[in-house]
Design a protein around this ligand. Sequence first.
Ligand code: PGA
Length: 251
Amino acid sequence: MKPLIIANWKCNPITLTEAKELFNKIVKGVENIESVEVVICPPFTYISTFQHFNNPTIKLGSQDCFWEEKGAYTGEVSPKMLKDLGCEYVILGHSERRRNLGETDEMINKKVKAALSAGLLPILCIGETKEQRESGKTEDILKEQIELGMSGILPDQVSKITIAYEPVWAISGGDPYKTEELPTPNGINKIFSLIKNIFSETYGDKGLVKVIYGGSANAANSKSFLEVSEGLLVGGASLKAEEFIKIIKNI
Ligand code: PGA
C-alpha cells in the first residue's frame, strides 16, 4: 500500500493567488512520484479552482462536509457537492472542529455515513487532549471516538476509511492543548495497535483499516513517523511547498 500524505491547509492561505502558487509548487515538486499518494485539502473556496488539474500522484480533498445532500442548511457544503468538484477524500472530526465548533461524535458519524454514500473517502480524526492523556483516559477516549464515529458503518465500508490519529497535544499552530512534546514512534505504535485491535474485534477480517499519524509532522521528523505509520496528516508543514515536497521525497 502506498503511504498516504495529506496536506491539511486549515484556514490558509488568505488569497486565491497564494493558494494557486502553493498548489502549483507542490504539483511541480511531486510530479512523477508514483510511490506515494498525496492529498491536498484546501479551504472550500479554493477547491473549484483546482478541480481540473491532472496529476496522477495528487488527489483533492476537503476539510469537512455536511451530512445532508442538499436543502435548507445555511452555510453548509454537502459531500455530493464536493464529489462533483473532483474531491476524493474528506477530513472529518478534526479536533479543531470538535473544540471550536462543538462537533460531537454523533455529528461526525452522520458525516462519515454521508461522505461514504456520496463516494468520498473519509479520513476520520481521533485523538486525546493533554488533559485526557495526563489523567490516563487516552484508551477510553479513542475507543469512544471510534465506536461512536463508526457506528452503523458496515464491514465492507471499512476499507474506504482512514483513521488519522492526531493527539491534540501534539498539533501545532496555536493549539491551546499543545505541549512541547511529540509522541515517539514507539508510543504511536502502541496506539495504532489499540486502534487496529478495536477494528479487528468489531469487523473481523474486514477490519484492516488504514491508520495514519498527524501532529507537528515535518521534513525533519516525517521519516521516523513513517517507520510506524501508513501515512501522515500534515498541517503547518504543508503550507511551505519546499518542506512538504521534502516530506514526500524523503519516503
Ligand atoms: P500540524 O497539524 O501538522 O500543524 O500539527 C496537523 C493537523 O491538525 O491535521
